[in-house]
Ligand binder design. Structure first.
Ligand code: C5P
Length: 402
């Protein structure tokens, strides 16, 4: 699948830069055209001559070539590429990419790139674990970049832990798989709900929940990158999503989410109800701030919110696919089966708060998919983006064949 593809390989200054030579070799062998861009520091770790010889193209490192004054256009390069890989990606370059610090040719090209970007981090375990690295990688994910997780093992410091750049063979496999399945959702219309809903108590207070929206956003990105037109109905979250295939509708309350979903459901092929919708709203919502000093503690009267998934299930047309989520703390399977039937779902993605690495706020999830035909599949704990991939794979394999 890599034959004829134009690949930019960005190499940064880490010890794993030596593996970049094998990566270039494998990409060229697979039939890709490779343009290497190095940061100035990368040249301390591997000679540009090695990489230009293997790629058959002069390596680019500066904004212009010193002896000829020839301008290296990052914009042209960004348009030329079918994919950009940054391998190894140091903590410093990841931070620059996440925050738009375009002080070298690699980051400038990254900002101009229209193609998918793959990032293979490589650094010592403490640097990888540091919250700033985690946050920057999350930012890259939110821009739609693919993070190729580093492996665990012995590092250059001789410490053992996570931080080794993934092996070139595996990076090539990731790219191959990407190009192989890249557009299997083309032409499909998918509506996704994500995040929590906030139900107002008074102008400054609300009832909400801990949902971060990460799983729903990962699903939106996965579907969009596979060619779908996505309508993402998002509750109040602090996530960004930049993809031309995603039409984002921001809502706050369950009633607003309900309206946005029903207004858009008619033309959809798939609806994935990933939002953690508040079960109740406040009937006696106040139009002024409740004051502690005045009188007794107020009594909130709660009334039920609409069940959005159930409403969609009730109007589901033949051929439309409806997917639900269930987050439980106990009796997981029983509740999931009940919801599957009650909401007329085709399948339900069950996660339990009892499982380590599953649920709200975290980047990983551990799910079990239960289908209306009785099939059940248990998946190991993985990154929410990879969980999204499993869900979309199932959708494609079984529910969207024709
Ligand atoms: O009934 P429960 O809230 O556990 O069901 C979870 C599933 O139903 C999720 O898919 C969730 O997005 C959806 N749901 C909904 N509207 C509600 C409550 C849940 O769409 N009011």
């Amino acid at each position: 699948m890599l034959a004829g593809k134009n690949i930019i390989l960005g190499i940064t200054g880490g010890i794993a830069a030596y593996k970049a030579a094998s990566l270039v070799r494998l990409l060229v062998k697979a039939g890709a055209e490779v343009q290497v861009i190095m940061t100035p520091n990368a040249k301390e770790f591997i000679a540009p001559l090695t990489l230009s010889t293997l790629s058959g193209k002069p390596v680019i490192s500066e904004f212009f070539t010193a002896n000829t004054g020839q301008w290296n256009s990052h914009v042209d390069l960004g348009l030329w590429a079918d994919a950009m890989i940054v391998a190894p990606a140091t903590a410093s370059t990841i931070a620059k990419m996440a925050n738009g610090v375009a002080d070298n040719m690699l980051v400038t090209t990254y900002l101009s790139a229209k193609a998918p970007v793959f990032v293979a981090p490589a650094m010592d375990l403490d640097m990888f674990k540091h919250p700033t690295t985690k946050r920057n990688l999350d930012l890259l994910r939110s821009y739609g970049n693919h993070i190729i997780e580093p492996a665990a093992g012995e590092l250059a410091s001789h410490l053992i832990g996570k931080g080794r750049m993934e092996e070139p063979e595996n990076i090539v496999k990731v790219l191959d798989a990407y190009f192989d399945q890249s557009l299997d959702m083309k032409g499909r219309r998918v509506l996704i709900t994500a995040g929590p809903t906030y139900e107002k108590i008074d102008p400054v207070r609300f009832i909400g929940n801990f949902s971060s929206g990460k799983q729903g956003f990962a699903l939106a990105l996965e579907c969009a990158e596979r060619g779908a037109q996505v309508t993402l109905v998002a509750g109040p979250v602090s996530l960004a999503i930049e993809h031309p295939g995603v039409n984002r509708i921001d809502v706050t309350s369950a009633d607003e989410m309900h309206r946005a979903v029903l207004d858009n459901i008619e033309s959809q092929d798939v609806a994935i109800m990933c939002a953690a919708v508040a079960d109740y709203k406040v009937e006696n919502e106040l139009d002024h701030k409740i004051k502690r000093e005045k009188g007794d503690a107020p009594t909130l009267v709660l009334v039920k919110n609409p069940d959005i998934a159930k409403a969609v299930g009730a109007v589901k047309k033949p051929g439309q696919v409806l997917v639900g989520f269930a987050l439980e703390t106990d009796n997981e399977d029983v509740y999931a089966h009940e919801k599957l039937a009650k909401k007329n779902l085709d399948f339900i993605v069950l996660n339990s708060l009892k499982d380590k690495g599953a649920g709200f706020q975290v980047d990983t999830n551990k799910v079990k998919i239960i289908e209306s035909d009785g099939s059940e599949t248990i998946f190991p704990c993985k990154d929410k983006r990879m969980v999204a991939k499993d869900i979309v794979d199932l959708l494609n394999a079984k529910y969207l064949k024709s």
